[in-house]
Design a protein around this ligand. Structure first.
Ligand SMILES: [Zn+2]
Ligand SMILES: [Zn+2]
Length: 68
C-alpha cells in the first residue's frame, strides 16, 4: 500500500508589516504631527524630523535628507 504521507506545508512567517504610524527615528509610535519623507513616503514624527534635520540625519529608508 502506498500511504506516503504528504509533508505538511512549511509555515510561512507572518508578513512584516510596518505600522502606518511608526517612527523609525525614535522607534515608536508617531505622536502629534507627522513628517512624510518626500522621496519614499515614510512617516516620522515632525518632532523627530526637525531633530534629524538639525543633526543632518537621513531618512532611515531611502537616505534622503530630511527637508521641510
Ligand atoms: Zn525616505
Ligand atoms: Zn519619532
Amino acid at each position: 500500500m502506498n500511504d506516503k504521507k504528504i509533508p505538511s506545508p512549511p509555515v510561512l512567517p507572518p508578513k512584516i508589516k510596518i505600522k502606518e504610524n511608526f517612527c523609525l527615528f525614535h522607534k515608536g509610535e508617531i505622536e502629534g504631527e507627522t513628517y512624510t519623507c518626500p522621496k519614499c513616503g515614510t512617516k516620522y514624527c515632525l518632532k523627530c524630523a526637525k531633530k534629524a534635520r538639525s543633526e543632518a540625519k537621513l531618512c532611515v529608508k531611502c537616505k534622503q535628507l530630511v527637508m521641510m
